[in-house]
Design a binder for this molecule. Structure first.
Ligand SMILES: NC(=O)c1ccc[n+]([C@@H]2O[C@H](COP(=O)([O-])OP(=O)(O)OC[C@H]3O[C@@H](n4cnc5c(N)ncnc54)[C@H](O)[C@@H]3O)[C@@H](O)[C@H]2O)c1
Length: 272
């Protein structure tokens, strides 16, 4: 039986990816900040028919010791880890960088960038002992060098995540670790992240932004299924698994007149 560990998996994309790994009979290790959310997520996953088991561990990705404990726990439960996904992330308050507090700047960098670095470091140290395994890091706005007012720190982190992941893939190859490294690019998903910054400050989306999200956005279920189907098949190092390709975005805009989706009408249900 194969095993996947996903950070930030009590809700959103991380949780949805866990559901689809269950369908592939993987053992799943959930991890997130709050135990009560992990218990609910575990109960919900256990309702899906699967040969795999579900475990959870509280882990704040901005603390290296928490990540080491998550790895130790996962090995104790399942012996080896086949896939490790650095998914935990926070959005930023929609303000220019000079309006952010020191604590806000630190949280964004600590979670979005350092959390990914720590997770990759710990996963690589473990996986290279067995000369196998896969590490995936989640990209986001800024990964492709896009800029927007109010997304400077988030974009800085995600741009760095992209550079870091490509460099890690190269190191993995040069050092003949046997481990593959890749990027997951989820496009736009309507999750708690879209409407809340940092831990729970709500973000007021303009009507124009909602319109764009209704055209380009998807549920984390749709995106999670695509990403998991691609990860379980992938054998290559340094891949980018990309949901919202330029051609898909182009077709979405072309057919926008026929698009009847309204994620924001369904928001309470989607953001549970
Ligand atoms: N939603 C989008 O449109 C979008 C687009 C591109 C990339 N992403 C990225 O996808 C990933 C998942 O986002 P989502 O939309 O599912 O968001 P979400 O807010 O629904 O889920 C993120 C999860 O991470 C957890 N988390 C936050 N800080 C943490 C910490 N310090 N340690 C451990 N867990 C922590 C949260 O508790 C939450 O469960 C993030 O890396 C995000 O940057 C999201």
């Amino acid at each position: 039986m194969k095993t996947v560990v996903i950070t930030g998996s009590a809700r959103g994309l991380g949780f949805c990816m866990s559901k689809f790994f269950r369908e592939y009979d993987y053992n799943v290790v959930l991890s997130d900040l709050k135990e009560e959310n992990l218990i609910k997520a575990k109960e919900s996953l256990e309702r899906i028919d699967s040969m795999g088991k579900v475990e959870y561990k509280v882990c704040n990705v901005s603390k290296l010791d928490d990540i080491k404990n998550l790895m130790e726990f996962s090995i104790e439960k399942f012996d080896t880890i086949d896939i490790w996904i650095n998914n935990a992330g926070v959005n930023q308050p929609q303000k220019a960088v000079w309006e952010l507090t020191e604590s806000e700047i630190n949280t964004i960098i600590d979670v979005d960038l350092k959390g990914t670095i720590y997770g990759s470091k710990v996963a690589m140290e473990e996986m290279k002992k067995n000369h196998k395994g896969a590490i995936y890091n989640v990209e986001g706005y800024g990964s492709n060098d896009a800029h927007m007012l109010g997304l400077n720190m988030y974009g800085t982190s995600k741009r760095a995540v992209t550079y870091f992941t490509e460099s890690l893939a190269q190191e993995a190859d040069t050092e003949n670790t046997g481990v593959i490294v890749g990027k997951l690019s989820p496009g736009i998903m309507i999750t708690n992240f879209t409407t809340h910054s940092l831990v729970n400050d709500s973000i007021e989306l303009s009507e124009k932004t909602k319109k764009v999200y209704n055209i380009l956005g998807d549920t984390p279920e749709t995106v999670g299924k695509f990403l998991v189907d691609s990860m379980v098949k992938n054998q290559k190092n340094n891949v980018k698994i990309n949901w919202l390709t330029n051609s898909k975005a182009f077709v979405r805009f072309l057919t926008a007149g026929f698009n009847k989706r309204d994620f924001f009408r369904d928001e309470p249900k989607l953001l549970k």
